[in-house]
Design a protein around this ligand. Structure first.
Ligand code: 5AD
Ligand code: SF4
Length: 450
């Protein structure tokens, strides 16, 4: 009997990447094989994102296209997973009659059971449950197409959901209440990854800083902060790099900052989303910190780790954002001088509090503000990148080709190395490189002279 094939298209964040990998593994265990061609696959899974309207539109247009494919191949099964599935649920079933399975964000572990049930049920939609617990057994897979170019590094989900309810954000609605995994399960998964040859682990959660604060993560119920988890995982023999994302500044503890001066393998990069430089806007966003507190955390991080590279997320054109508010955002950028940032125009999301605010900023003005922010960020990033010139940095090799190789510094900078005298090396190896060029998005270098 031939094996059914599956194709997964992943949109959005790292959380979704990891979820896709878990779905791929559970399917492989049931005899499915991965296909690179969506149109000829027996099962197509769209693992979706709804963080901004644009992300959701992409999903909808792909689903529209699949309607025709399904007409030609009625045996094809179509599954929508991820945040759009959670948010749209039953509505999606109505609008898209060619979708067989709407898989909520907490239901990925039941994927194969639900697929089996489709024969009887016809179509199925699942959703969030208040009693959800993250299953103990999380499979590990060596390769999946999404990951093929980096078989030496993996994401490890340590918690799901979010309790913060920032007024613009759909995540608490699509991923449910915050829940942390048990420490022993996390450590077992990290150990399994290291045993499988993984060199770099990124711990994932919407707000890792509040790990273990909403449910017990130890056998005896004793408190176990995120900083302790970092210290424990950093002890694993063979692990070369440790990262985490993402953090809310309001919960960033002093002990977590101290980890950067005490844990050797913790990469010197911190992604600390600020979202706005204006206290008035931060308040409307329900971020629960001020610009002053944010700057204080940045100073703290830099005092423990002077070369830490900082990146952030920024939203421009939040409802009610005045010219002065936006100047505060520009001023924060000048003050912190982020190494890089992800910046977005505010986008109304269904079910969020800010979508009902009546003082929306015009699209044109949002565009102009975004362009101004991004232009200045690009200049600052370039200046940072040029300051690496003549420094010797350690990279983890990601890709090797005939022309040379590319890798990444602990600070999360991509480095291209064109050198005819490269030693024998593999992806995942660490290599010392002397930087001779800093461009807008990456660095270039050579092997240091002996
Ligand atoms: N509009 C624009 N950007 C948003 N983000 C989250 N929700 C919205 C929204 N409604 C951004 C935030 C967050 C990042 C993942 O996406 O900056 O940190
Ligand atoms: Fe969304 Fe705020 Fe939670 Fe981040 S902390 S996922 S922005 S609600």
């Amino acid at each position: 009997m031939s094996h059914p094939s599956f194709f997964i298209k992943t949109f959005g964040c790292q959380m979704n990447s990891r979820d896709s990998e878990i779905m791929a593994q559970t399917l492989s265990e049931k005899g499915y094989v991965e296909s690179m061609d969506m149109e000829t696959s027996d099962l197509v899974i769209l693992n979706t994102c709804s963080i901004r309207a644009k992300a959701e539109q992409k999903v909808m247009s792909l689903l529209g296209m699949l309607r025709n494919v399904r007409k030609r191949r009625p045996s094809m099964r179509i599954c929508v997973a991820g945040c759009v599935a959670e948010q749209e649920g039953a509505r999606l079933m109505e609008r898209m009659p060619h979708v067989d399975l709407v898989l909520g964000t907490q239901n990925i572990y039941q994927l194969t059971t639900l697929l089996d049930n489709l024969d009887q049920a016809g179509r199925i939609a699942t959703g969030l449950s208040p009693d959800y617990e993250i299953p103990a057994y999380i499979p590990v897979i060596p390769t999946f197409s999404d990951e093929q170019d980096r078989p030496f590094r993996k994401f490890l989900t340590i918690m799901q959901g979010c309790n913060n309810f920032c007024s613009y954000c759909v995540v608490p609605h699509t991923r449910g209440r915050e829940i942390s995994r048990k420490v022993k399960d996390i450590v077992a998964e990290a150990q399994a990854l290291v045993d499988a040859g993984i060199k770099e682990i990124t711990l994932l959660g919407q707000n890792v800083n509040s790990f273990g604060q909403t449910n017990s993560v130890t056998e005896d119920g004793s408190p176990y902060p995120f900083s302790l988890l970092l210290r424990e995982i950093s002890q694993l023999n063979g692990l070369k790099r440790l990262r985490f994302t993402t953090s809310n500044p309001k919960d960033l503890s002093d002990d977590l900052m101290r980890c950067f001066s005490e844990i050797d393998i913790l990469c010197h990069h911190f992604h600390l989303p600020v979202q706005s430089g204006s206290n008035a806007v931060l308040k409307q966003m329900n971020r629960k910190y001020t610009r002053e507190l944010y700057l204080d955390r940045v100073a703290g991080l830099r005092s423990y780790c002077s070369d830490i590279s900082l990146s952030t997320d920024m939203i421009v054109g939040f409802p009610g954002e005045t010219d002065e508010d936006f100047e505060q955002t520009m001023d924060l950028l000048e003050t912190v001088r982020f190494h890089g940032s992800f910046s977005f125009k505010y986008s109304d999301r269904p079910g969020t509090r800010s979508s009902a605010f009546d003082n929306k900023v015009e699209e044109d003005l949002k565009t102009r503000r975004l362009q101004r922010f991004q232009k200045r960020q690009d200049e600052i990033s370039l200046e940072h990148n040029q300051s690496f010139i003549d420094q010797t940095v350690e990279i983890m090799i990601e890709k090797i080709s005939d022309e040379g190789l590319a890798g990444r510094t602990g600070s999360n900078h991509i480095v291209h190395v064109n050198d005819s005298n490269l030693p024998p090396c593999h992806p995942g190896d660490l290599l010392q490189v002397k930087i001779d060029h800093g461009g807008p998005h990456s660095l270039r270098g050579k092997l240091p002279a002996e």
